[in-house]
Design a protein around this ligand. Structure first.
Ligand code: TYM
Length: 355
């Protein structure tokens, strides 16, 4: 329960090709939410520096993700689409959040542990502070809803912790300035400046797994291209990747509970359900008892039917980078206006002198 204006924010990193997991876990939800909410969608170029500092083609990758947003059906006139680095207020608020958040919170993040691996001391400070910038992305707009895949849930929860600590630490100043919004935190009524943003993680494909290994998530950084379906793959490549997808020798079960303990089968059924906008139960009702030699071609046809038009539209948009740049520039200007309004108040709350 909150009196904050409902606002959706989400971001995607410009690192490597977008894949089916990004589409089903995130992009498709971005598109759907436009009908019911005001939305801000961001290509988080500053975040991508934590993965690759010296990119050969960061500008192009940023345009690619923007093209995917537009091709999937995001309307940059009704909503806001921009790249993060254009709005300096994200980095400003991230610094303040670095002083709010605790190192222990960052050290506990699964993504940090995975990406830093064994040599944590040698990972960049940016990788450790990554969730602070993500919290700033969301809260600089005081956004209330964050559609993401399952892997980002922990980061959105950390965003709530940061908002709550800021609201607590500065409660006296927030009250004095009269800039708080009344909200319930558990049983308690508090007057906070930042909302506790909710992750939106629903549906059959919140965690799409690798086509080569049902225990690993589909990822841009997997060295095997066969592990993922890229949004730019052509029909033949999609069909080939699904044909080669790892499975077990049994036919599909006749009851959805039979998918337990069969991660590859469960993943393919989940992908089918998400693409067909139905449930795993319905897919099993249609394909239960079928061998993969029947199910895989049906899945490939469905994937091509849903993804090919988007790939074609992405190619068309990428042929006119000037248009994409205009979208990002205009979106950036609108985002900056909103972000600066928040930051003016944040500076007052903290006591930073400003014009
Ligand atoms: P990124 O760029 O890794 O992924 C973009 C979105 O795709 C989702 N996703 C998946 N969903 C289902 N199955 C998969 N295998 C899969 N792989 C990726 C991610 O959950 C994400 O929603 N930290 C974020 C970017 C970010 C952000 C933000 C998101 C920066 N600031 C503020 C929301 C709000 C990231 O690295 O996503």
């Amino acid at each position: 329960m909150s009196a904050f204006k409902p606002l959706v924010f989400s971001g995607v990193q410009p690192t490597g090709n977008l894949h089916l997991g990004n589409y089903l876990g995130a992009l498709r939800k971005f598109v759907a939410l436009q009908a019911s909410h005001e939305c801000i969608y961001c290509v988080v170029d500053l975040h991508s520096l934590t993965a690759t500092l010296v990119h050969d083609d960061l500008a192009d990758q940023t345009r690619q993700i923007t093209a995917a947003f537009l091709a999937a059906g995001i309307d940059p006139n009704k909503h806001i689409v921009f790249n993060q680095s254009r709005v300096l207020q994200h980095a400003e608020l991230a610094w303040i959040f670095n002083c709010v958040a605790r190192i222990g919170w960052m050290n506990r993040m699964t993504q940090f542990k995975d990406k830093a691996g064994k040599d944590r001391e040698n990972s960049s400070l940016g990788l450790l502070a990554y969730p602070s910038l993500m919290a700033a992305d969301i809260l600089v707009y005081r956004a209330t809803h964050v559609p993401v895949g399952d892997d980002q849930k922990q980061h959105v929860e950390l965003t709530r912790d940061i908002a709550q600590k800021f609201n607590n630490d500065f409660s006296r100043r927030i009250a004095e300035l009269g800039v708080g919004v009344e909200m319930m935190v558990g049983e308690e009524k508090v007057n906070g400046f930042f909302p506790l943003a909710e992750p939106l993680i629903e549906g059959p494909a919140t965690r799409v797994m690798s086509l080569r290994d049902g225990s690993k998530k589909m990822s841009k950084s997997d060295p095997s291209d066969l592990s993922r379906i890229n949004l730019t793959d052509d029909a033949d490549t999609i069909a080939k990747k699904i044909k080669k997808a790892k499975t077990d020798p049994e036919p599909l079960p006749s009851d959805v509970r039979g998918l337990k303990g069969r991660p590859e089968a469960e993943n393919l059924v989940g992908i089918y359900a998400a693409l067909a906008e139905t449930t795993a139960e319905k897919v099993i009702a249609d394909f239960g008892g079928s061998p993969f030699s029947t199910f895989k071609p049906a899945l490939a046809d469905l994937a091509v039917e849903k993804l090919a038009p988007m790939a074609a539209e992405m190619r068309r948009l990428m042929a006119d980078p000037g248009h994409i740049d205009v979208v990002l520039r205009e979106g950036g200007a609108r985002a900056r206006g909103l972000a600066e309004a928040t930051m003016k108040t944040v500076r007052d709350i903290i006591g930073l002198l400003q014009d």
